[in-house]
Design a protein around this ligand. Sequence first.
Ligand code: T6T
Length: 327
Amino acid sequence: MKMTTGTGLALALVLTVGLLPASAQPKKLNIVLIPGLTTDGFYITMRKGAEEAAKRLGVTLSFQGGPDFSATTQIPVLNAVIARKPDAILIAPTDKQQLIAPLKAALDAGIKVITVDTFIGDTGKYQTGSGVADFPLSYVASDNVEGGRVAARALAAAIGNKGKVYVSNVKPGISTTDQREQGFKEEMKKFPGVSVLETQFNDDDTNKASSQFAAVLARNADLAGVFGTNLFSAQGAANGVKTAGKKGAVKVVAFDAPESMVADIKSGTIDIAIAQHPAEMGQKGVEFAVAALSGKKVPTRYGTGYTVMNKGNIDDPKVKAFLYSSK
Ligand code: T6T
């Protein structure tokens, strides 16, 4: 009987709300996801996860970002979003320092701030009560130092623990790729036969990463391997290897897993790909924003995992499920 009464009450509420004028309807929470850049499969996949959670929780999610991975293009987008006063912003800050003040403006406007993928400040530790960049509520991302360590071990194994390698990186100041390089170099110290050459910074440009590969190879004919710290760095290194006819001779360990990874791994152009879980970052980001907006405490740090892809497992549907989607 109680059930009937409860259902009746719920129905009455639904009907009442339905009769209210639009202005008096309960407002749907409005969350904006600002990626590092809009055209990167990593962030497109993150968006899908965020949209799934938004639909499930009955909130509105929009996706708005810049055309490249840079603070110069991201800050105006962020400012425009703040002016619209959403309830929460999920953002992958493109620079550890340059995004602190613009995000503080979001906080001051009463908007909840969560960072996904990258962090602001020096540590990625939020809500500590110290420092100028601890105000975001949560940091949802991979463990990027550990990812760099995984890459170092994989590359060392692929080259028989000896030879010259280098890191193809994006640009200094990005928390994720800085930490991947840091973890890689720390771990490589355990392999005395491996020498790590000077890092090449490619500005997230595949073509630049590819010509840098050619230049490093020209200076080091005995080059044994490359670690590409993100999707574009790794793709550029792989293209460089193909163009130079060095497939198999120079080993590539890649961060990230675009759809093209299947062919690159099968053909032996890339040995190992460390796939992140961006869909989960989007899902958790939305879930945490909604929880925080209803007054609940959320974890200040949530780590998403990795799936390591290689020739032996790339056809396994459970592994393939973690390839990024570019559309
Ligand atoms: O590797 C990801 C992301 O984690 C990084 O912060 C920037 O580059 C990617 O988006 C891949 O292109």
